[in-house]
Design a protein around this ligand. Structure first.
Ligand SMILES: Cc1cc2nc3c(=O)[nH]c(=O)nc-3n(C[C@H](O)[C@H](O)[C@H](O)COP(=O)(O)OP(=O)(O)OC[C@H]3O[C@@H](n4cnc5c(N)ncnc54)[C@H](O)[C@@H]3O)c2cc1C
Length: 422
């Protein structure tokens, strides 16, 4: 899942808005004004309640209203902006997509539930799907009517994705799937899952995989929530026990799923990054305000860390802007550098906020009878959630160690890692 910090319900920062606007061409400024006005007009009335809802540690919030919001975005042409117009998108430029993401965060709009369909599966189908797959799946994604989840990781295959053991066997005109996926974000809400599974156990690891589209609502699939430190559950274990999907639900060639799976990962193109930085900036402002309020801004060590956090934020912003023209060029180390930097930065911000809170950082255990969670729930502040969820950010989307390996190979030209035991 892409990251999104919870935003305080405060008006947008005018200085930051000016900073954003300065970079726009006249056409982009018009687009920004249109996006800003639409968000202002529609995050009102029945949708006022979704402002700021969802995001890491809070994905359980306001699901029905956020689903209605997804549909509204789709119906009014504010989802899938980067998709070609042939498939209902706007064919928006990278700059326009960045602007939309910035305005979305600045408006305190809710975390998106359709992000895996829009950002990952949709572009994969546009590039690799059959005409029938595109006709069947793209419109419901765009219109917010079908949600997707990503079935890649397994208990024995995460960073080493080619090690998946979930099997799919062709029986008549259906694939029959057996195995287990894990950490599957939003699987409890999803209608469909894109699943990487092994269709030729005899072939070398990367060559025996296929990429299947599997309906979630069927007897062969069990979704079991995994409760996190936040006491909430955003991801799941997914068990496939003879689950079925029609033979034509394979994307790309049978046993050619590795290339498709990598293509999907490549679509996380970073257009949302400036929006995330806006959210990070608001969190840092909260932390700085906390330091002032508690008198800890006078502590020399904490002051150093606050200034360091601010500098890190500026470095991320300037670097993201500098990289924008090539933000969608696959294969480089840019995306790995950015992921490594922001995930580590955000984790440090979480640690700093706990240090600033001092004894107040301790959470009071308050088990909630009937909540279903085996984890006692804590009355958490936003800063607690940032701290706890940021622990996951150096893992998902490629862990820090994996990003450093990519940087080592692609930027430094180091020899590839020895493949021990593979
Ligand atoms: C919040 C969250 C949401 C997620 N959502 C999804 C989802 O929707 N769908 C999905 O399929 N997966 C999802 N994941 C799973 C995520 O992709 C994996 O956790 C990640 O790829 C790491 O795999 P792993 O957990 O199996 O750890 P492992 O790969 O077992 O790694 C364990 C440790 O070893 C290190 N390591 C592994 N290989 C190397 C190496 N070659 N060199 C150096 N160090 C190495 C890792 O960095 C890590 O520290 C999610 C994870 C999180 C935390």
């Amino acid at each position: 899942m892409p990251p999104r910090g919870h935003l305080p319900r405060s008006p947008a920062d005018p200085a930051l808005e000016r900073d954003m606007d300065l970079l726009d061409t006249p056409g982009e400024a018009l687009f920004r004004a249109e996006a800003r006005a639409w968000l202002r007009d529609h995050l009102a009335g029945e949708f006022a309640c979704v402002a700021g809802a969802g995001g890491p540690g809070r994905e359980h919030e306001d699901i029905e209203a956020r689903l209605a919001w997804e549909r509204l975005l789709g119906e009014q042409g504010w989802s899938c902006l980067g998709w070609p117009s042939q498939w209902g998108g706007r064919g928006a430029t990278i700059a326009e997509q960045v602007i939309w993401n910035e305005e979305y965060v600045a408006a305190n709009a809710p975390a998106r539930l359709g992000v895996l369909g829009e950002g990952l599966l949709g572009p994969t189908l546009i590039a690799h799907g059959t005409e029938a797959q595109k006709r069947r799946f793209l419109a419901p994604i765009r219109l917010g009517r079908e949600l997707w989840c990503q079935g890649y990781s397994e208990p024995g295959a995460g960073s080493d994705l080619a090690g998946v053991t979930t099997r799919a066997v062709l029986e008549g005109d259906e694939w029959v799937i057996t195995g287990q996926k894990v950490w599957t974000s939003l699987a409890h809400l999803a209608d469909w899952c894109f699943v990487v599974c092994r269709t030729d156990p005899e072939a070398p690891r990367h060559r025996g995989l296929s990429y299947l589209l599997v309906p979630m609502d069927q007897p062969g699939i069990t979704v079991r929530p995994i409760y996190q430190m936040t006491g909430t559950s955003e991801f799941n274990e997914v068990f496939f026990d003879g689950a079925r999907t029609p033979v034509e639900m394979v994307v790309g060639k049978v046993n050619g799923g590795w290339g498709v799976a990598l293509a999907t990962l490549g679509y996380e193109r970073g257009v949302a990054m400036l929006g995330h930085l806006l959210a990070f900036r608001r969190e840092l402002e909260q932390v700085t305000e906390l330091a002032r309020r508690t008198g800890r801004a006078g502590n020399p060590v904490l002051r150093q860390r606050l200034a360091r956090a601010w500098s890190g934020l500026m470095v991320m912003r300037w670097n993201t802007l500098r990289a924008l023209p090539g933000i969608d060029s696959p294969g480089g180390a840019q995306a790995s550098i950015s992921k490594l930097f922001w995930a580590s930065w955000h984790q440090e911000l979480g640690e700093l906020s706990m240090d600033l809170l001092g004894a107040d950082a301790l959470a009071w255990l308050a088990p909630e009878p009937g909540s279903g969670s085996p984890v006692p729930s804590y009355p958490l502040r936003d800063l607690h959630r940032t701290f706890l969820f940021s622990r996951a950010e150096t893992i998902y989307g490629g862990s820090n160690e994996i990003q450093r390996n990519v940087i080592g190979e692609r930027a430094l030209g180091l020899p590839t890692e020895p493949k021990v035991g593979r």
